[in-house]
Design a protein around this ligand. Structure first.
Ligand SMILES: Nc1ncnc2c1ncn2[C@@H]1O[C@H](COP(=O)(O)OP(=O)(O)O)[C@@H](O)[C@H]1O
Ligand SMILES: [Mg+2]
Length: 251
């Protein structure tokens, strides 16, 4: 039996008068990778950002419906700092802070009150190892994060998101700005991360969704068209429009 860590139930979102997400309902299973796919503009990022309430920063944004996480409605959560500690995020463009590698990783833990040097060192090593970056950078953790390659920077951003021990990591097209070798590294590491974390990834790359995810949600024009086990969906999509999208008939 799969454990449902998040339950999205009839979730709606408007930007001003635009009804951008319409009655989206789907489960997110614990320690699995869920891919959200669909053509550009269908609401993938909006749905992802709703899960840790990053959309709050958009003044025209209004929501209705439930996103239940440990029995509580994320949509009504008052302490978003605490929420984002438990639900971290990695963005499309690698965005390390203009500081050293080490400072990037300890930034979050320090903000949450960890000051002990030994503990911070442990977190740095563990997070960088989990992000498959430790071997490449441990000889000089004081060098600027901006001196890393794009792929390394993105793995540093993953390490940064893991440093505060989240339960869920949201990833919005984390490999789309990277070269194929860096993308592969991130795909491999995501598979290892599943043991400890629940991952939700937005990707416009259907083959990537098929390679890495356990479950797939196909969205179209703000609606969830189909959700299911990835292999089954790719082999036997239920809806005609899902089949057409997966066959590359529209993009
Ligand atoms: N901050 C915003 N303000 C107004 N409209 C937005 C905003 N962000 C996204 N949108 C609109 O919402 C729709 C869904 O966007 P988005 O979630 O980014 O789609 P996707 O990630 O699937 O490409 C699009 O029509 C987009 O133009
Ligand atoms: Mg997007």
């Amino acid at each position: 039996m799969n454990d449902e860590i998040v339950s999205i139930d009839k979730f709606n979102l408007w930007y001003g008068n635009d009804h951008t997400l319409c009655d989206v309902s789907m489960p997110i299973y614990k320690n699995k990778i869920t891919a959200i796919i669909g053509p550009s503009g269908c609401g993938k990022s909006t749905l992802l950002r709703s899960i840790n309430r990053i959309n709050d920063m958009i003044s025209t944004c209004r929501t209705q419906g439930d996103i239940i996480f440990h029995g509580k409605n994320i949509n009504k959560c008052k302490n978003t700092v605490q929420l984002r500690k438990r639900i971290g995020m990695v963005f499309q463009k690698p965005c390390p802070f203009p500081m050293s590698i080490r400072e990037n990783v300890v930034y979050g833990p320090k903000m949450h009150g960890i000051t002990d040097h030994k503990e911070l060192d442990r977190i740095v090593k563990e997070s960088l190892e989990q992000a498959a970056l430790w071997d490449e950078v441990n000889d000089d953790l004081n060098r600027s994060a901006l001196s890393l390659s794009g792929g390394q920077q993105q793995r540093l951003c993953i390490a940064r998101s893991l440093s505060i021990s989240p339960e869920i990591v949201l990833m919005d097209e984390p490999t789309s700005a990277l070269d194929p070798i860096s993308s592969k590294k991130i795909e491999y590491l995501m598979n290892d991360l599943k043991d400890k974390y629940t991952i939700i990834i937005v990707t416009h790359n259907m083959q990537q969704a098929l390679r890495i995810s356990d479950y797939t949600a196909f969205m179209y024009l703000g609606k969830l068209i189909e959700f299911g086990d990835t292999k089954s969906m790719f082999e036997h999509p239920v809806q005609t429009i899902t089949a057409e999208y997966l066959a590359g008939k529209f993009g």
